[in-house]
Design a protein around this ligand. Structure first.
Ligand code: PTT
Length: 606
């Protein structure tokens, strides 16, 4: 078996210990890497019931067999832990030089336990690791920290950093990799903060050993050529994900005023076409062949790298209709290390609760200056910001009105309204980290194939996408954009993977791996929640209760009975019991025998 280094670095911050673990090859075959490794490690080594912000939580950084190889968009790394936002499994996928350097240092993953007494930086240089002081960096924003780390460790290094939000344990604090790249939505930055870990710096000088390097390079060149010759390539290079603003408006799914509506009057002023006119540069992750980081000068004269999710959540969802102002909030979120999606949801909820007279708040829809201040208050946990730092689920429980709190399992909804999209609602409901679009983005397929259906083909489409996106791309660890945005055939990935590793996997083999990872993550949730019920997989009440009042789909809302039927179909297709717990026979088939006793305890049909 090639490509994997078969080494994992275990770090115990409390004891100052660094240990190499040569893991069994079977683990690579069964879980691939990235999310697969994170799930396996958390299942095997995380004590059930661990407080996510305690030293006992495990913070996992993991790459995969395709990461950092020449090929389309391989500069990605997964960060994972038990989430302080949801209490379940959490992860994120970040474009970062840390992915390249981790592979070059010869580690497939780093597992970090314990906590430092004083702020520190974990420095990994090839085989060696150490802790450097970060007392002078604590309190600095992520961009300034990035500059200081570059001065200290040189340009030729990868960084994973937290901003003040991570330090102050904001439950949706992210990890920042470079200016404009940030991830780990379910509070991965807060987990680093709880360990007093300001940053991880990685420097590597080796190369992964490949089974057939010549063949691999031939396949990689062909994949790059095909990606760049896609008919959508030019438009993508002009607008990237920002083109989705206009698409979402046309499809009535643009989150507006806390997902009350799916259309926004000022959408053109925050859209891809407008962005194109004021764009100043394009940035990308390392090893990217189709850059998505479109950057504008924001209304404070600083550069802000925009993405659809960020703009919708900090624009239409909170009533801000000026892209340059949205850019300021987006940049601020990156500097402070706050997830833009959870932030936009929490702000949206707070603004709505204030409008309903349920929360005292010195800001209203669209009040840019006041909202800007509120974001800083959240990161530093000042005043009402201290409450909002807890995320929408906890805020709504405190306020006492939960039906318009937009989350699933505690993770806030990504930027697609589902009043008229039951398939996308199912994707949010069954995503393994809470409401994120990363695992299944069925909405564009759904809009084309009958958005009001609640049928089996839709359920199967959600599962197919979860297998490819949430299974394959999250564990091979590469960016999914060449495939989903530019139509690069998955066959390219299969042959690149086999030439790199020496295995002979088919697409079906990857799907089995994906099903295994999904089942194991579900078992982690069940273990943490001490059971499961269908309510835990339900989307927010708003979509069932209150119809859209504007746009071509005025009057649309989800049908609860039909949705529950569809959710049960989903469980059936996956071989899970009708309460959402994987059946013992399903686990056995996937080689997860050690999870069977827990499934037997809870899988009883209820
Ligand atoms: C992802 C989520 C997304 S999904 C976006 S925009 W997107 C938001 N980005 C944020 C950000 O930026 N700053 C910030 N402070 N918070 C943010 N929260 C939101 O986080 C770059 C691209 C994008 S842009 C997407 S879809 C794809 N995501 C991939 C994925 O998840 N897996 C994968 N194998 N390939 C992917 N390729 C694409 O990468 P999370 P990124 Mg982010 C600034 O990380 O936690 O997974 O949440 O990672 O490197 O910025 O993604 O329209």
């Amino acid at each position: 078996m090639y490509s994997w280094s078969k080494r994992i670095l275990w770090v115990d911050l409390s004891r100052g210990e660094f240990r190499e673990w040569r893991y069994p090859g079977e683990m690579a075959k069964m879980f691939l890497g990235g999310r697969g490794f994170a799930a396996k490690i958390l299942w095997d080594h995380l004590k059930p019931g661990t407080d996510p912000l305690s030293p006992d939580n495990l913070f996992v950084v993991a790459v995969g067999a395709l990461t950092a190889l020449p090929g389309p968009n391989t500069g990605k790394v997964v960060v994972a832990a038990k989430s302080p936002l949801t209490g379940g499994y959490g992860d994120g996928n970040i474009g970062s030089w840390a992915s390249i350097h981790l592979r070059a240092a010869g580690w497939d993953a780093v597992v970090i336990k314990g906590a430092l007494e004083k702020p520190g930086v974990l420095v990994i240089e090839d085989d060696k690791a150490r802790i450097d002081s970060a007392e002078d960096l604590w309190g600095l924003d992520a961009f300034t920290t990035h500059d200081k780390l570059t001065e200290r460790y040189g340009k030729n290094a990868g960084f994973l950093i937290i901003g003040p939000a991570g330090e102050n344990l904001v439950r949706y604090a992210t990890v920042v990799a470079q200016k404009g790249r940030s991830g780990g939505r379910p509070g991965m930055g807060a987990v680093m903060g709880s360990k007093k870990l300001k940053a991880i710096v990685v420097k590597g000088t080796k190369r992964p050993e490949l089974f057939d390097p010549d063949k691999y390079m031939k396949f990689a060149r062909e994949a790059i050529r095909e990606t760049k010759s896609s008919p959508n390539y030019d438009f993508w290079m002009r607008q990237g994900t920002m083109m989705t603003i206009e698409w979402s408006q046309n499809a009535s799914v643009l989150p507006t005023y806390n997902f009350r509506e799916g259309v926004f009057d000022d959408y053109e002023r925050i859209g891809g076409n407008y962005m194109e006119k004021i764009k100043v540069e394009v940035r990308s992750c390392p090893y990217c062949v189709m850059s998505c980081g479109h950057t504008i000068k924001d209304s404070e004269g600083q550069k802000s790298e925009l993405d659809y999710e960020n703009v919708a959540m900090l624009g239409s969802n909170i009533g801000i209709g000026r892209l340059e102002d949205v850019g300021v909030l987006n940049r601020l979120a990156d500097m402070l290390g706050l997830d833009t999606i959870s932030l936009g949801n929490t702000l949206g909820y707070a603004l709505e609760a204030a409008e309903r007279g349920k929360l005292e708040l010195d800001a209203r829809w669209g009040e840019f200056r006041k909202i800007r201040k509120l974001i800083e208050d959240i990161a530093y946990r000042r005043g009402v910001g201290n409450l909002l730092a807890e995320g929408v689920k906890r805020v709504s429980e405190k306020v006492g009105e939960t039906w318009y709190a937009m989350h699933v399992k505690g993770l806030e909804i990504s930027a697609y309204d589902c009043h008229a999209a039951p398939g996308m609602a199912l994707a949010y409901a069954t995503s393994p980290i809470g409401a994120h679009h990363k695992d299944a983005w069925v909405i564009s397929w759904e809009v084309q194939h009958g958005r009001f259906n609640y049928d089996r083909p839709k359920v199967q489409k959600v599962i197919e996408q979860q297998r490819i996106r949430g299974g394959f791309f999250e564990s091979a660890v590469a960016c999914r954009f060449p495939w989903i945005e530019l139509g690069l055939s998955l066959d390219h990935y299969v042959r690149m993977f086999n030439a790199a590793t020496g295995l002979s996997y088919t697409l079906d083999d990857f799907f089995t791996v994906a099903d295994r990872i999904y089942a194991l993550i579900r078992m982690i949730w069940i273990r943490e929640m001490d059971g499961w019920s269908i309510e835990m997989d339900m989307p927010p009440e708003r979509w069932f209760k209150e119809p859209l009042t504007k746009g071509p789909l005025k009057g649309a809302k989800l049908d609860k009975d039909k949705f529950i039927e569809m959710l049960k179909m989903y469980y059936e297709e996956r071989g899970w019991a009708s309460n959402g717990v994987p059946k013992p026979e399903t686990l056995k088939k996937l080689g997860l025998d050690d999870a069977v006793p827990l499934a037997e305890k809870y899988a009883a049909e209820k």
